[in-house]
Design a protein around this ligand. Structure first.
Ligand code: FES
Length: 146
């Protein structure tokens, strides 16, 4: 049975094979990754300047799977949409860079698997994220930049 408020993205097996797929939900570009046994859906346009995350590489950073934006290499956790940066605390006796979070910057979308199909829930727009600006800007394929 297809839950009617969810948007179908594709077949579970197909996305497991391709490892990533882009889709539109209400005109909004999203990307679904299959990484290490889990599905993750995020806005496909980077919160920084709208880079195409669907073309980025996934890296493990400090134990967290992150998509690295192909434009300026910002790192975004797949699980939570947090922007990570490497910072130092100058007050430490021998400051060493540590990965820290800027908070949730990229909107993530809830993924549901049902009967071999992958679905994404429509976004809750009562909460906003930095990536919303670019999701709106590129909506319906406007100004496609890779
Ligand atoms: Fe993604 Fe700048 S647009 S890092």
């Amino acid at each position: 049975m297809e839950p009617d408020c969810l948007i179908i993205i594709g077949k579970e097996e197909d996305i497991k094979k391709s490892q990533r797929i882009t889709a539109k939900i209400n005109g909004r570009e999203i990307v679904v990754f299959y990484h290490e046994g889990k599905f993750h859906a995020l806005d496909s346009r980077c919160y920084h300047e709208g880079g195409p995350l669907c073309l980025g590489e996934i890296e493990d950073i400090d134990g967290q799977a992150c998509i690295v934006c192909p434009w300026h290499k910002f790192k975004i956790t797949l699980e939570t949409g947090e922007g990570l940066y490497e910072g130092i605390n100058p007050l430490e006796p021998s400051p060493t860079p540590k990965w820290q979070s800027k908070g949730v910057k990229q909107r993530i979308h809830k993924v549901t698997i049902d009967s071999g199909n992958v679905y994404v829930s429509p976004p809750d727009l009562s909460v906003s994220f930095d990536s919303d600006y670019f999701a709106e800007k590129y909506k319906n394929g406007g100004e496609l930049a890779m």
